[in-house]
Design a protein around this ligand. Structure first.
Ligand code: AMP
Length: 215
């Protein structure tokens, strides 16, 4: 099952990706997570990516396309994957299509999580992520039972460096200008399914799951 979760920063791609990856036993592949791991490891790639990430800008296409190519060729991705945060512009989408057509494994479905723009800022400033299992909370909207700790595994929760108001503004602009044209791109390929990304999280999971089941 080769799928993409599309949506603005804070639309719930990561939250849904973690749950759906477990349910369908396929990896969630997040370029943001791969880049953050490279930054933490202090690798050359991480050093190149860091300034763009800190500014809320896109990291160069060459870097992220290379990361994705490597990741989808790994053993655990042979039954499929959920891409989260990639592609983020038309050149990345075209590079992905080319890569997958060479493998004769085209994308099957793209799910857009549609959230009103006004809600995204609150979601992003309140976001906290579990360092152990990746579960995502929101201190305003869906707080953990014990402050600072994951309900599932008790791991520490952290706030991402780029979840501050200045950087969030840039990230939302980048989404509008560079990523939202993908809606039309995948509509033309008849692969796009659009869902409301607000409301009960489990309900959204069921709706995305119904789309995945129909592939
Ligand atoms: P995310 O975790 O998806 O919100 O991504 C965090 C940051 O990583 C973004 O603001 C970008 O700087 C960078 N990034 C993640 N995915 C991509 C991508 N597909 N293309 C370019 N930059 C990316």
């Amino acid at each position: 099952m080769r799928t993409v979760l599309l949506g603005a920063p804070g639309s719930g791609k990561g939250t849904q990706g973690v749950v759906l990856a477990k349910k369908y036993k396929i990896p969630q592949i997040s370029t943001g997570d791969l880049l953050r791991a490279a930054v933490s490891a202090g690798s050359e790639l991480g050093k190149k990516a860091k300034s763009a990430m800190d500014a809320g800008a896109l990291v160069s296409d060459d870097i992220v396309i290379g990361l994705i190519g490597e990741r989808i060729s790994q053993d655990d991705a042979q039954q499929g994957y959920i891409l989260d945060g990639f592609p983020r512009n038309i050149p990345q989408a075209k590079a992905l299509d080319l890569m997958l057509s060479e493998l004769k494994q085209p994308l099957q479905s793209v799910v857009l999580l549609d959230v009103p723009f006004e809600e995204l800022m609150q979601r992003l400033t309140g976001r906290r992520t579990c360092v152990e299992c990746g579960a995502i909370y929101n201190v305003h909207l869906s707080p953990p039972k014990v402050e600072g700790h994951c309900d599932d595994c008790n791991g520490d929760l952290f706030q991402r460096a780029d979840d501050n108001e200045d950087t969030i503004g840039n990230r939302l602009n980048v989404y509008q200008e560079q990523t939202s044209p993908l809606v039309n791109y995948y509509q033309q390929q008849k692969k796009l399914h659009s869902l409301p990304g607000r409301g009960d999280v489990d309900n959204i999971t069921s709706m995305v799951g119904a789309i995945f089941d129909s592939i």
